[in-house]
Design a protein around this ligand. Structure first.
Ligand code: GUN
Length: 293
């Protein structure tokens, strides 16, 4: 078994981005600027946004974090996004999901200018992705593609089972894996909450992408010998062994599955780190596109 190490790969990609930003700034231009918007007190969202802002500083990007209380009116958020859309000094806008129930995520996503939608969630950008046109690829699927590319794992013609059909991860990943591109060209099965016998599908999989949000859902008896495992899950479970009283586990039962598979991503230290890296790549892309002259 070989570990697909998010620390190693993300460090490599981040150092490339950092160098490119240094070169841009040396020519007298401004740095790329990402705005992150956080609504409410969801601890996981706070942690993710904190990591995104920290990584911006590490790479020489400018960043602005805008926080709102959970009872924020939708209209206020729409107004702020309109203001940021019109600000030529802002390259990327991300609104951390999930949003409180009274705010329409679709409405908010659609209000972000597609040219600043570095999450790649806007229907225009998802449509372009579907057609293999240049666009922002959603960060978690993009990060996994970068991981596969980095390790040069041949996946063409393989059977990939994606578990989970979220708009953010499962659905875009199923499309990326099936496209006629490198990496890509897989035969894809998309399993979800209504799929009968997920185990049977998983046992036929050369590649399993677990994005279901259930701790240790994929167990060793569901995995074929030599399969490639990408674990998107970041689940908090109670633990008596840590000071915080919890620890993070993926959607895959790592210890047992690692003994059977050829490649596997750890949690933490796998896909999560790649997500941030992919977001930074998208932000640099937005900057370069919007400051082309
Ligand atoms: N919530 C979980 N993943 C993501 C992500 O990639 N982007 C945003 N904006 N929210 C998320």
């Amino acid at each position: 078994m070989q570990l697909l190490d998010g620390k190693v790969v993300s460090q490599h990609i981040k150092s490339e981005i950092k160098k490119e930003v240094e070169e841009i700034i040396a020519t007298g231009k401004r740095a790329p600027h990402l705005v992150a918007i956080l609504v409410g007190e969801n601890p996981a969202s706070k942690a993710y946004v904190g990591s995104k802002v920290k990584t911006c500083a590490e790479l020489g990007f400018e960043s602005t974090l805008i926080t709102y209380e959970a009872d924020l009116q939708e209209e206020i958020l729409l107004q702020k996004i309109a203001e940021l859309n019109n600000d030529a000094g802002i390259d990327g806008i991300l609104v951390q999901l999930p949003l409180p129930k009274h705010i329409s995520e679709n409405k908010i996503i659609e209000s972000i200018s597609p040219s600043k939608d570095v999450d790649g969630f806007h229907p225009v950008n998802l449509g372009k992705m579907l057609l293999s046109l240049p666009t922002f690829i959603p960060a978690t699927p993009f990060g996994m593609m970068l991981m596969l590319q980095h390790y040069g794992i041949p996946i063409s013609g393989k059977h990939c089972v994606v578990i989970g059909r979220s708009n953010i991860v499962g659905t875009p990943m199923s499309i990326l894996m099936s496209r006629n591109s490198e990496p890509g060209n897989c035969t894809v099965t998309l399993c979800h909450s209504k799929t009968k016998n997920i185990k049977e599908f998983c046992l036929q999989a050369d590649i399993i992408i677990a994005a279901i949000g259930r701790p240790k859902f994929v167990t060793a008896d569901m995995v074929k010998d030599g399969a490639i495992i990408l674990d998107v899950g970041i689940n908090r479970i109670e633990s008596t062994e840590t000071k915080s009283g919890y620890r993070l586990v993926g959607d895959v039962d790592f210890d047992a599955v690692a003994e059977k598979c050829s490649y596997i991503t750890p949690v933490p230290g796998g896909v999560g780190l790649m997500t941030i890296c992919a977001l930074m790549k998208n932000t640099l892309l937005a900057y370069l596109h919007n400051n082309a002259s």
